[in-house]
Structures are given as C-alpha cells and as structure tokens.
Write a protein that binds this ligand. Structure first.
Ligand SMILES: Nc1nc2c(ncn2[C@@H]2O[C@H](COP(=O)(O)OP(=O)(O)OP(=O)(O)O)[C@@H](O)[C@H]2O)c(=O)[nH]1
Ligand SMILES: [Zn+2]
Length: 186
C-alpha cells in the first residue's frame, strides 16, 4: 500500500473541505489515516483461503457446524464509510474434512478488510469455504448496519440489511436450509 500517496490525498481532502491541515490537531491525521487504511484494507493483499487450514477427523462428523454472531467491520465501497454487524457461517462437512472454528471467523474478517459490498462479502465467505473444504453445503447469513444509510443520505438509523449465500445442499434442500436458518435466528 502506498502510504505516502494516502497521506498526500488526505492532506488534499482536508484542504479541499476548508480545513488547515497544518493546525495542531490535524498535523498527524494524514499519517494516522494512512496507518489505519493499511489495517482496515489489509484484506486487499490477502487470500482468505490461506486462513482455512483443513484437518481430517476420523469419526467423520457430517452434521451442521455453525458459528454464529461473528462480529465484523467493513467499508462500503460506495462511500468509504463503515458497515458492520454480525455474520453467521455454517457448513456440512464432507469426509471428515473440517477447519478450526476460529478460521471461519478469520475468513469473515479478511473479506471484510477491503472496500466491499455486503452481498459480495457474503458470497466470498461462502465461496472460500466451498473451495477449501468441498463440503455438502454452506450457508452464510450477514446482518449489518450501513453508516452511509444511517449517518447520512436517507438517515435510517437502526435499519439492518440481511444478505445470505447458500451453496450445495442448502440450495436444493429447503428443510436443511430452514433448520440452519432456525438455528441462526435462535
Ligand atoms: N447493494 C448494496 N448497496 C449498498 C451497499 N452499501 C451501500 N449501498 C448503496 O449504494 C447506493 C449508492 O447510491 P448512489 O445513488 O450512487 O449514492 P448516493 O447519492 O450517496 O445515494 P444515497 O445513499 O441514497 O444518498 C446507495 O443506495 C447505498 O445505500 C451494499 O453493501 N450493497
Ligand atoms: Zn455506502
């Protein structure tokens, strides 16, 4: 990431809004924002698949594994302001092929750390799991508040956007999908 370029750009924005980028409180702001962007956009140079280490379990658990209420923060690509909420990630393992529970949360974290759309974030989590674990099915539900809808624009504070991505068996099997949805809502 080109931190010097970010610093120059932030300085330009401060000037453009009529601020004095050299006043005491703003002096370090371009540098702070450059460091912050390096952190919150770190997902741009990462492959979420690298987080999903696989392990095999001999007993071959093939029932639902669901990690609920994974908190996440991302940045809306239209306005570059945060959207944030909770992700729920479930899969039906095949052939004893599992991953660590925390790794599912790491995938959510990584795909959130770039300019995003909630729909794309949701689909990228599902597709990462499909590619790495080749499970019978994947279900991802994301609920989020978009600051571009709450602090500005239509200003609908408290409104939530819910997106889902289902793959494999959850696409075909309404009963399995409803069971997972019930557990997510529980
Ligand atoms: N589908 C989708 N839309 C999003 C997401 N984040 C923000 N948006 C929407 O992107 C749209 C951008 O619309 P524009 O009309 O180009 O921008 P705008 O003039 O700032 O629109 P308003 O927010 O309605 O004031 C808005 O309707 C946002 O609510 C997202 O993750 N997914
Ligand atoms: Zn937005």
């Amino acid at each position: 990431m080109d931190k010097e370029k970010i610093k120059r750009a932030v300085r330009d924005i401060l000037e453009a809004i009529g601020e004095d980028p050299d006043r005491e409180g703003l002096q370090d702001t371009p540098d702070r924002i450059a460091r912050m962007y390096e952190e919150i956009f770190s997902g741009l140079k990462e492959d979420p698949k690298d987080h999903l280490q696989i392990f095999f379990q001999e007993e071959k658990h093939e029932e639902l594994v669901l990690v609920k209420d994974i908190p996440f923060y991302s940045m809306c690509e239209h306005h570059l302001v945060p959207f944030f909420g909770k992700a729920h990630v479930g899969y039906l393992p095949k052939g004893g092929k599992l991953t660590g529970l925390s790794k599912l949360a790491r995938v959510v974290e990584t795909v959130g750390k770039k300019p995003q759309l909630q729909e794309r974030l949701t689909a990228q989590v599902a597709e990462t799991i499909v590619e790495m674990l080749d499970p019978y099915g994947v279900i991802v539900v994301v609920e989020a508040e978009h600051m571009c809808m709450t602090m500005r624009g239509v200003k609908k504070s408290g409104s939530k956007t819910i997106t889902s991505a289902v793959r494999g068996l959850f696409e075909r099997d309404v009963k399995a999908r409803n069971e997972a949805m019930t557990l997510i809502k529980f």
